[in-house]
Write a protein that binds this ligand. Sequence first.
Ligand SMILES: C[S@@+](CC[C@H](N)C(=O)[O-])C[C@H]1O[C@@H](n2cnc3c(N)ncnc32)[C@H](O)[C@@H]1O
Length: 275
Amino acid sequence: MSAPVRTGDTARLVARVAALSLHRPRHPDRRWDDFWRGVSQGSLTEPIIWDAAGAGHEETRNHLQTMADLMDTSLPVIDLGCGNGAISRQLADLFPSVLGVDVSPGAVAAAGSAHARIPGLSFRSLDATRPADAAGLAQEIGDANVFVRGVFHVLSRRRQAGLAASVEALLGAGGRIYLVETNVPGGALSYLRRLGATGDRIPGPLRQAISALPKPGHFGARQRSRVFPASRWTLVAEGSTFLTTVPMEPGGRPGSIPAYWAVLGRRPPGGFARP
Ligand SMILES: C[S@@+](CC[C@H](N)C(=O)[O-])C[C@H]1O[C@@H](n2cnc3c(N)ncnc32)[C@H](O)[C@@H]1O
């Protein structure tokens, strides 16, 4: 494509995205609950963009293998920001009990009815960026592992810090966190183009996400070391990976988004976490 055509296409893409973003609900938690209620009630009809890593999928297998290698799988796990519970369900194959937690009561209701009879699996509505609420949960459950997929990168810095403080409360001395977050190099436009958006057309699942959800950001090693400082956390392992998306067009192949993963434990006061 020649430079002037590409410039015109970029201008049209920016204008399309701005128009789609106009009607996003303002409060972030309302945004998520509106989204999940729209999905359940059928007003949002496009596939959920990140909802592709189901049973037996390579992405999920990789998460489970890393957790099996690096976490104490005799402890329960809490899936923070569990959405419809598709991955919470897979975690139940590895951990003795799984609690899926989401700020959206609509998501929790959908997850509960989709996975009603799985032993050890339950769901609860809770704002995971409120450490006091997480501390109450920690008292109930005791030491636990935490799984987070695709939540830090949609939060403000302040709320990211709140989520990390909640994780700290939940892990206790024996638990670890496994996090995996999108980490697309370049700006928002390269993210959109990677998923097939042009000035003339934005694929349905992406259009739906732009109009209904918070704008995603980056979450890589730099953001992780800010949110989980070395003074309080031990980095056990980290790496690059891909998150799977649904096909952007009906009948198409699943897509992938560059991502970052890490496993961390709490640094004991005045000491070192186990290797
Ligand atoms: C991109 S989705 C990922 C869902 C799920 N982890 C997955 O990978 O399928 C982000 C999820 O985080 C939830 N969420 C956002 N803010 C939250 C908060 N403060 N506390 C708990 N959940 C939150 C949203 O409702 C949504 O279900």
